[in-house]
Design a protein around this ligand. Structure first.
Ligand SMILES: N[C@@H](CCC(=O)N[C@@H](CS)C(=O)NCC(=O)O)C(=O)O
Length: 223
């Protein structure tokens, strides 16, 4: 089996999508810690376009973009499939992955701003949560049914990121009376062994996000 390396940084929600996919397949890999404020020659070589983590390197060949990496992993290691085989179910799973990619940057608007821009981020995030609540889950345990699949990994990192942002910023959007299905799903997701066992330390994650937010707001104020 060709060597597998994951270029990432703790605690990054995009990196966790890849870690969860690799773990759910039982794939052994080496984690290569990056510092995105001082990018390594390896990262610049393997992701010359976006220069972002995560990057999966399999047998010397790089794969970039977290959800493309997850799909690659699912194709190369077909055990415990993350995408359904039925074409329609597959299209539904891909729809929610795209929805997560398109809509979740609203959470960064909350983290990186104050005032009106932060309020706009809150509004967009609530709209995203409402769409998942109303149309994403139905009565299913996970997006695809009884087992976690690709849409769960996509939203797992989004919602984990949101929960940490709530704590770092001091707001509460994920309220039980507004989003009961979503919160049930989140509870189920966090109980899956592969997820539970790999989550980063909560306090460190919150502290790291707070520090990032403060640095950004300070830089913006001094401009
Ligand atoms: N769409 C990308 C997003 C990855 C991403 O934004 N990575 C950030 C860390 S949160 C990064 O490497 N940033 C470095 C930079 O922007 O220079 C994915 O899903 O992999």
């Amino acid at each position: 089996m060709a060597e597998v390396k994951l270029l990432g940084q703790f605690p990054n929600p995009y990196v966790y999508r890849v870690i969860w996919a690799l773990k759910s397949k039982g794939v052994q890999y080496e984690f290569v810690e990056e510092d995105i404020t001082n990018k390594s020659p390896l990262l610049l070589k393997y992701n010359p376009v976006h220069k972002k983590i995560p990057v999966l390197v399999h047998g010397g060949k790089p794969v970039c973009e977290s959800m493309i990496i997850v799909q690659y992993i699912d194709e190369v290691w077909p055990q415990n499939p993350l995408l359904p085989s039925d074409p329609h179910e597959k299209s539904v799973a891909r729809f929610w992955v795209k929805f997560a990619e398109d809509e979740s940057p609203s959470i960064y608007k909350i983290l990186q701003n104050t005032g009106e821009a932060m309020e706009q981020g809150i509004k967009e995030t609530l709209e995203m949560l409402q769409a998942i609540e109303d149309h994403g889950l139905g009565d299913k345990k996970f997006f695809g049914g009884d087992q976690i699949g690709i849409a769960d990994l996509a939203f797992g990192s989004v919602i984990y990121g949101l929960v940490v942002v709530q704590e770092a910023v001091g707001i509460k959007l994920l309220e039980a009376h507004k989003f009961p299905r979503l919160l049930d799903w989140h509870k189920n997701f966090m109980q899956v062994p592969v997820i539970k066992e790999t989550l980063p330390d909560w306090d460190e994650t919150v502290a790291s996000l707070r520090a990032g937010r403060e640095a950004l707001l300070k830089a913006a104020a001094s401009q």
